[in-house]
Ligand binder design. Structure first.
Ligand code: IPT
Length: 998
């Protein structure tokens, strides 16, 4: 029995050879993106093929929007798996249950559609297999979801009304090659169009545009079938195709995306495109562009939209590129498939280095020890080559594409060798990337994913453990190194970015990496009562799924930047600004003490596009500032400047009025296509002095006595219950504070099942840190205040934390000194160590002096800027798609929570607070604290599966932490680095509570 076409390993029938994609041509095109008639069948053969006939009446069918996925338009459901195939692994067979969408599009050919030449019907992306008919005539079939496919329709197309019928199967032989970690989303999800090809039109063209950095000359040659002429007016080029033109040009780089408008004219067509001159080479064990080592500050980008899946419109693509540029990202790996072709035009235009990855992943065979892996089975080689060709031919003319990637997670095999040989032959101008074969036979880069910092350091030194095969080892050891994936941005995190960046900046071999990944793939859904949330794996009743592992991006699904993106932008800033006082530790330095070191970390660009500004704050209030002259600095150069003394004195400050903060920013000098003038590209701030002066010294003397009064104990304005727990401070009813070590585990705390190291959340739950008990051993009210001794411990273990609270009071403030003594073998880290306090729900306004505006944790705090911040309890929440610990503000010296009635809040704006209502003030005494405030408990946060499960209660729960455990990246990669672990050890910390001035 010959296989059904959808189970056929050979790639397609009836389609044309692939060719370059271009947006602008004078040849006519007719987009067929619109609403089509649609019918879903549960099996591939379910509903007959009568619908393909001309006269068939589909007026009673449902509708579907093309481009789109039917599962996101009310027909069937999306499904998410990471590695596992959601069907039995029996290649190339697929189950009878094979959702099949029949599509009918009735369109009128415009009356002016030219008569001569040919007309092609083009599909830019259909998942996963299509069979196509026009006016009842079958054109052919194809597989290869994220790749273009064209049919010749000349002679079938007719004037007036035409009927296009497309049958799309969710599963096909091709599905075995498309096991990427993402939603399975069948449908016609990219453009469909008719392309007229006049006689003598461009059949295909290839732009060769290299740059010689030693001479400053570019060489241009455009090969074209048929022959024609190329003009580049700005360069005075008017040359025949096939001819080399050498002349001085400005090169293209991701930092300086210089493009030249060009025109290619053949007898039948004129095509407009843009040329970027650049040369990519592997030299001296480094990847170089235009003769220089480049550093990838990259992200992995899947195409994703929370309502439209992989049917991403151009505005969304542009927004992605702009958001990347605004966050200092300079590189994209198009994981794990060629993107919509228009995305690459945007990368050319805005400037991003692109690793263009083929639509190929066979990860699920890893579950079978790679038995039957298509990339190691020659029957599949034609399909693999077809995919490589379709990518390279489509995308070859983009200067932004600097590396071809064979695919992702396919193990190793001869099929990859065939692909690499074909690509090397076809396009020797770009290096190849492939990660999953340790010997790297088909890669010009040594690429890894999720390698630990320690291993990256060894690789940087070219001292990594050797491969068994000496020749392969020698070859690999000479290759440049990239992390094609690192820093798993799932939920809160990723931690440890700064430490990776230090390695990339130290070792020339380490040419950066690509954070996994750009955006959470959460699908927008609503609860029955209409509240919006983002759904993940399992929310659609999938039999096999991988939960929220699909939400691991730097952007939330709606493209709001997550704290992880803010952190990444700071860590990879292309200018490093270090602000230091000449006299270390001085708190009343004058401006002449303040030295600013500026380093230009660009690979190509100077700093002419940036203005520098300094500002000075005293206790968070601006006391001066102005422009800062920084000498011109070429890439890699640095300079030291001193802040202008005159300007500081002219601004009236600062002297002896408390902590002085110096901040220097590099901002865009002019509007750009991706951000406005004044956008902050980089910043630096002087170190913060310890908050010794902050807490009122009067409170420390503890002069008032504590007294029993009936069922309560009073101390100054504080009231406690007989167990010594604070219940009231002046007018405020309070709960606690009591010792708290629990946090709702983050995805990185949960870790991935394949992690070799212990996973924090598993250990914490095993030991019961989510159900600690408090036992009170003594409550002593006396002239010095109130002493409460307790032991805080989980059931069923001998582990405990002896916790002593020493309360004192004077001048209307109460001071709490806490000491913690661990008992037993705490050989795992604590989630947090601090106090949990309940305050009335009305206290929704928050002002703090410390780190902000966004959240930070020990290993995600590079972007935290010290200042006086204002927000609301609601605004301080980070809405991770799967709820988890979030929202901590670090280095807090004091905080006030006030009645928010009548206020609406944004997140962390530096506005001064409005004077209003009663509240609570907390001050640090020696060490600053971490501030978290939320309308639910950590236990409720932990139990929630979606943001809509969180319901505000009568209490705002405030965590005042002495310490936090780091975040790490263990949801896929390495855990928390030793320096960011919170070890259980004796600790002491002191806070002062009071009612703020009205
Ligand atoms: C790696 C995959 O390449 C990527 O597609 C994604 O799944 C990522 O991990 C995690 O989100 S593979 C992983 C099993 C190391």
């Amino acid at each position: 029995m010959s296989p059904e076409y959808y189970e056929d390993i050979s790639p397609s029938t009836g389609t044309l050879a692939p060719r370059a994609w271009y947006a602008a041509s004078d040849a006519k095109r007719l987009p067929l993106n619109e609403t089509w008639d649609f019918r879903l069948s549960p099996t591939a053969v379910g509903s007959g093929t009568e619908f393909t006939e001309d006269g068939y009446d589909s007026s009673d069918w449902d509708k579907t929007v093309v481009p789109g996925h039917w599962v996101l338009q009310g027909h069937g459901a999306p499904a998410y798996t990471n590695v596992r195939y959601p069907f039995p692994v029996d290649p190339p067979r697929v189950p009878d249950e094979n959702p099949t969408g029949d599509h009918r599009c009735l369109f009128d050919l415009p009356a002016d559609w030219p008569g001569g030449g040919e007309t092609l019907l083009r599909f830019d992306g259909v998942e996963s297999c299509a069979r196509v008919w026009l006016n009842g005539r079958e054109l052919g079939t194809f597989q290869g979801s994220r790749l273009p496919h064209e049919f010749r329709v000349t002679g079938v197309l007719r004037p007036g009304r035409n009927v296009l019928a497309v049958r799309v199967h969710q599963w096909s032989a091709g599905s075995y090659l498309e096991d990427q970690d993402m939603w399975w989303l069948p449908g016609v999800f990219r453009d469909v169009a008719l392309h007229h090809r006049p006689e003598g039109a461009v059949d295909d063209y290839t732009v060769h545009s290299s740059y010689d950095h030693t001479s400053g000359e570019g060489t241009l040659r455009v090969d074209c079938r048929p022959r024609g002429r190329v003009t580049v007016p700005e360069l005075g080029i008017d040359a025949a195709t096939g001819e080399n033109v050498v002349l001085p040009v400005e090169p293209w780089t991701a930092e300086t995306p210089r493009l030249y408008d060009a025109r290619l004219a053949t007898p039948g067509e004129t095509v407009h495109f843009r040329i970027g001159f650049r040369t990519v080479r592997i030299e001296d064990g480094q990847l170089k562009v235009n003769g220089k080592r480049v550093l990838f500050r990259g992200v992995n980008r899947h195409e994703f939209h929370p309502e439209h899946g992989r049917a991403v419109d151009e505005a969304t693509m542009r927004l992605d590129v702009q958001l990347m540029k605004r966050h200092n990202i300079n590189a994209v790996r198009t994981s794990h498939a060629p993107p919509h072709p228009a995305f690459l035009d945007l990368c050319d235009e805005y400037g991003l280095w692109v690793v263009d990855e083929c639509d190929l992943e066979t990860h699920g065979f890893g579950e079978l020890d790679w038995e039957g892996n298509p990339v190691d089975d020659e029957r599949w080689t034609a399909a693999l080559l077809d995919r490589a060709e379709r990518m390279v031919e489509r995308d070859k003319n983009h200067p932004s594409v600097v590396v071809w990637s064979l695919g992702n997670e396919c193990g190793s095999g001869a099929g990859l060798g065939a692909m690499s040989r074909w690509i090397r032959e076809r396009d020797p101008s770009r290096p190849l990337h492939y990660e999953n074969d340790p010997e790297c036979p088909d890669s010009d880069l040594y690429s890894r994913m999720y390698a630990t910092h320690d291993e990256v350091e060894l690789i940087g030194q070219r001292k990594e453990p050797p491969l068994e095969d000496a020749a392969a080892d020698a070859r690999r050891r000479a290759l440049p190194f990239v992390l094609c994936e690192y820093a798993h941005a799932m939920g809160n995190g990723p931690g440890g970015l700064s430490e990776y960046q230090r390695l990339f900046e130290t070792y020339e071999r380490c040419q950066g990496g690509f954070v996994w990944e750009w955006i959470d793939h959460g699908l927008l859904r609503r609860t029955d009562d209409g509240r919006a949330y983002f759904a993940y794996g399992g929310d659609f009743g999938e039999e096999v799924h991988d939960g929220n592992f699909v939400c691991d991006g730097l952007l939330f699904p709606d493209r709001t930047p997550s704290p992880g993106l803010t952190e990444f932008a700071k860590v990879i800033e292309p200018v490093r600004i270090e602000v230091a006082r000449a006299e270390p530790g001085g708190t009343s330095g004058t401006a002449s003490d303040v030295i600013v070191r500026v380093r230009n970390l660009h690979d190509f660009a100077g700093l002419g596009h940036l203005d520098f500004e300094w500002s000075c704050q005293v206790r968070g209030e601006r006391a001066g500032g102005g422009p800062l002259a920084v000498p011109p600095l070429g890439p890699g150069e640095s300079a030291t400047v001193t802040l202008p003394v005159d300007a500081v004195s002219a601004a009236g400050g600062p002297s002896g009025r408390g902590e002085i903060l110096w901040t220097v920013r590099a901002v865009l000098a002019q509007d750009t296509s991706w951000a406005g003038q004044g956008h902050t590209v980089a910043w630096g701030q002087s170190a913060v002095s310890p908050p010794a002066a902050i807490a009122s010294s009067a409170a420390r003397t503890g002069t008032e006595p504590a007294r029993h009064a009936g069922e309560t104990i009073t101390l100054g304005s504080a009231v406690f219950d007989t167990a010594g727990v604070l219940t009231r401070l002046g007018p405020l009813a309070l709960t606690g504070p009591r010792l708290d070590v629990w946090r709702a585990p983050t995805d990185n705390d949960e870790g991935a099942p394949w992690q070799p190291e212990a996973r924090s959340a598993t250990t914490w739950r095993e030991y019961g840190l989510h159900r600690m008990r408090h036992r009170t051993d003594c409550v002593e009210a006396g002239p010095e205040g109130l002493l409460v001794r307790t032991r805080v411990a989980p059931a069923a273990t001998g582990l405990g934390l002896r916790t002593t609270y020493r309360w004192s009071s004077s001048a209307g403030k109460v001071r709490l000194a806490v000491t913690v003594e661990p008992e037993g073998a705490w050989d795992f880290p604590l989630p947090r160590l601090g106090l949990r306090l309940g305050v009335p729900a009305a206290l929704g306004d928050v002002t703090w002096y410390g780190g902000g505006p966004g959240e930070a944790y020990p290993d995600t705090r590079a972007a935290s800027m010290t200042g006086l911040w204002h927000s609301t309890v609601d605004g301080m929440q980070t809405p991770y798609v799967r709820p988890q610990e979030n929202g901590a503000r670090p280095d807090v010296q004091w905080a006030e929570l006030r009645d928010s009635s009548g206020r609406s809040g944004g997140s962390g704006t530096p506005d001064p607070p409005l004077p209003h209502g009663p509240g609570l003030r907390v001050e640090a005494e020696a060490d600053p604290f971490w501030l978290t405030a939320r309308r639910w408990t950590s236990e409720e946060l932990d139990a929630a599966e979606h943001t809509t499960d969180l319901v505000a209660g009568e209490t705002v729960w405030v965590n005042l932490d002495h310490a936090q455990h780091g975040i790490g990246s263990q949801s896929c990669g390495p855990g928390v680095l030793p320096q960011h672990r919170l070890t259980a050890a004796p600790a002491e910390f002191t806070l002062v509570f009071g009612i703020p001035d009205a």
